[in-house]
Design a protein around this ligand. Structure first.
Ligand code: PBG
Length: 328
């Protein structure tokens, strides 16, 4: 007696290990990866970030070698974050000619023309209060417009040092316009902007703040970063940044926001990046350290899901591990 009423559609036919590669819809390639690098002026030896096991802040003297190692693995780009020796109220060490990022970019550029150097463009690593903009301490407000000019100045200082792409991450309104104008006025018409366009106010940035020593002295970032409950708002943010001149747009974090990546890519068809953030790294590391998850497979599955959702490139702390794995 037959147990079924219709002929069976045999989806399993193509799932054999022999056919799988032929019918795989989404691939992960080393060329999709962007590797974050933390350059720290306060250290002389690499310092492991305790909430990011296996990830290190490196001293300025080591940054050129690190860039070489990244490009030798076939990773096309890195993104630089700076930890300055001194922080102050208005983040003046974000844009000095002889400050941490500017020196790091020059050190890489002096001996490596291939790797794409992206600079994170924000003030929170440079301000003593840890916020991404100027602050009115009486009202505890993060001031939008006074911050724009500083961001423009900082972008120009990065480009002057040799940065290939600037990546503003401070979620100030109008920042893309301000930065585009500043770059153009200074002759950097060909420096693209990768905008952290839809950046959520996320708990998953916690470990990064240890690395960048950018924990804030009061409040949180919810007055400028997005509410995790919103997705139509992400489309508006992205649309505005495109109108203002962004060349690449980014969604951040990645795995908890796959729906946003999907909607944004579908609607705007722009070069789209996703930031697999520090907390996403730490979760996998912690579970793997406990023997609860297979680390390699957890990494690969997370990154493939980000690609499947529509991202063209992924900023991830696993970039070097993945490059090694894919190169095998
Ligand atoms: C700076 C910035 C942050 C991250 C990237 N750029 C921190 C923040 O907004 O608090 C987070 C990256 C990560 O968690 O991996 N504004």
């Amino acid at each position: 007696m037959k147990l079924y009423m219709f002929p069976i559609t045999r989806m399993r036919r193509l799932r054999s290990s022999k056919f799988r590669p032929l019918v795989r819809e989404t691939g992960l390639d080393v060329k999709d990866l962007i590797c974050p690098v933390f350059v720290d002026e306060t250290i002389t030896e690499p310092r492991e970030i305790s909430s990011m096991p296996g990830y290190f802040n490196i001293p300025p003297e080591m940054v050129a070698d690190e860039a070489r190692c990244i490009s030798d693995l076939g990773i096309p780009a890195l993104i630089l974050f700076g930890v300055p020796r001194e922080k102050d109220e208005t983040g003046t060490h974000a844009y000095g000619e002889d400050d941490v990022i500017q020196n790091a970019v020059r050190a890489i550029r002096n001996e490596n023309d291939d790797v794409v150097v992206i600079t994170d463009l924000c003030l929170c690593e440079y301000t003593s209060h840890g916020h991404c903009g100027m602050v009115n301490h009486d009202t505890q407000e993060i001031l939008n417009d006074p911050t724009l000019e500083i961001l423009g100045k900082t972008a120009v200082s990065h480009a002057r040092a040799g940065a290939d792409i600037v990546a503003p991450s401070g979620m100030m309104d109008g920042m893309i316009q301000a930065i585009r104008n500043a770059l153009d006025e200074n002759g950097f018409i060909n420096t693209p902007i990768m905008s952290y366009a839809a950046k959520y106010s996320s708990v998953f940035y916690g470990p990064f703040r240890e690395a960048a020593k950018s924990g804030f002295s009061f409040g949180d970032r919810s007055s400028y970063q997005m509410d995790p409950g919103n997705s139509n708002e992400a489309l508006r943010e992205v649309e505005l940044d495109i109108e203002e001149g962004a060349d690449i747009i980014m969604i951040k974090p990645a795995v908890p926001y796959l729906d946003i990546i999907y909607r944004v890519k579908k609607r705007f068809k722009m070069p789209t990046a996703a930031y697999h953030v520090s907390g996403e790294y730490s979760m996998i590391k912690a579970a793997a350290a406990n023997g609860w998850l297979d680390e390699k497979r957890a990494i690969m599955e997370s990154l493939i899901s980000i690609k499947r959702a529509g991202a063209d490139m992924i900023l991830t702390y696993f970039a070097k591990d993945v490059a090694k794995e894919l190169g095998k």
